[in-house]
Design a protein around this ligand. Structure first.
Ligand code: SAH
Length: 335
């Protein structure tokens, strides 16, 4: 049986053989625009719904759902058909509804401060498994519509480029979310950034920097040994020059590690030529990393310092810390 969101239009048409041609369009719209499961498509005859349910099955099996912020933040733990597990987070704000999706089960990047990195890599997700996270969250958010999707869950999206990009295209073409409301976050995989530079849809790019000198970044973000800061800056420059889009950098503030005035100076010197935006995030606690996040006062001081150095800076409002749903806390361990 095929995964609900891994079939393409041709495979769907084959499944609907013998039916009038408009049925395939109707089902496709039901799946993507209306986020319906086949047996919820009440505008289809019962026999047809049964045939669809028999041929297409959801890939995500809900193992647990937790909520925080009065139900405005939801986190799911899903089990995939082969037993791999991933998490998805839905965040509802006054004027936006954001889904944070996983692109891999686990992650191979081994950033020590990130719970996903601490757990290691299981496998890539398929495009359909990524899409289904968005559509499942959309069902829970209804009648509010999902306005933004961020590839900031488990995994390194640019290490699973083909599936991530196929999901992006479908979110844009079929779900109807504008590319400007889709954000891919990366540890800094240079060839992946180059592919985004050449890609047709103007999605947002965020780079997880955390250190602006190679010594420290080698320790915090091990992939820096492969793509050091110099190469990363060159790829970012090509991206900004070619696309004309604004780039942003993420910086998780770790007490005494990367929150000193000298860190702000290095960061400012790195990002200013790129005219990039910086999003600082107080480090969230994870089981395998002893250092603490910078306290609120230190975060505010760091942000002010950066602004004084001419850097456009925002402090990320972290949601869902109490349910381990915040940045860097997704780990898919069923507790
Ligand atoms: N692998 C991609 C996508 C994950 S996005 C990437 O690293 O960009 C998750 C974001 O949360 C990244 O910016 C990551 O660096 C950050 N992060 C990881 N662990 C964190 C923690 N403990 N506290 C705050 N942010 C963290």
């Amino acid at each position: 049986m095929a995964g609900l969101y891994d079939v393409d239009r041709d495979a769907l048409a084959a499944l609907l053989e013998g039916e009038p041609a408009y049925r395939a369009r109707q089902v496709w719209e039901g799946l993507y625009r209306r986020a319906l499961l086949p047996d919820e498509m009440t505008d289809l005859p019962l026999t047809l719904r049964a045939r669809l349910s028999g041929g297409l099955s959801p890939a995500l099996d809900e193992r647990r759902r937790r909520s925080a912020d009065d139900g405005r933040t939801l986190k799911w733990l899903w089990r995939l058909p082969d037993g791999a597990e991933v998490e998805t987070v839905l965040m509802r704000y006054d004027r936006r509804t954001t889904v944070c999706v996983s692109s891999q089960a686990g992650c191979a990047m081994r950033c020590g401060f990130c719970a996903t990195g601490q757990g290691g890599f299981a496998r890539h997700l398929t495009a359909g498994e990524i899409l289904e996270q968005v559509l499942a969250a959309a069902r829970a958010a209804a009648p509010e519509r999902v306005t933004h999707v961020v590839f900031m869950g488990m995994g390194e999206p640019l290490a699973n480029y083909a599936a991530v990009w196929a999901a992006v295209e479908r979110l844009h073409d079929d779900v109807g979310i504008s590319a400007r409301r889709l954000t891919i976050s990366t540890v800094g995989i240079v060839p992946g950034i180059d592919r985004l530079t050449a890609a047709a849809l103007p999605v947002n790019l965020a780079v997880s920097l955390h250190a602006a000198n190679d010594d420290l970044r080698n320790r915090l973000v091990p992939v820096n040994r492969r793509y050091p800061l110099g190469l990363l800056a060159e790829a970012c420059t090509r991206y900004v020059r070619t696309t004309g889009r604004r780039l942003s950098f993420e910086w998780a503030l770790i007490d005494g590690v990367n929150d000193r005035p000298t860190d702000a100076e290095e960061l400012a010197a790195y990002v200013r030529p790129l005219r990039a935006h910086v999003n600082v995030i107080p480090l969230n606690p994870t089981p395998g990393f002893p250092a603490r996040g910078t306290d609120a006062e230190g975060v505010a001081r760091f942000a002010t310092g950066l602004r004084r150095l001419g850097v456009n800076t925002t402090v990320r409002d972290t949601r869902g810390v109490e349910i381990d749903a915040a940045c860097g806390q997704l780990a898919a361990r069923p507790a």
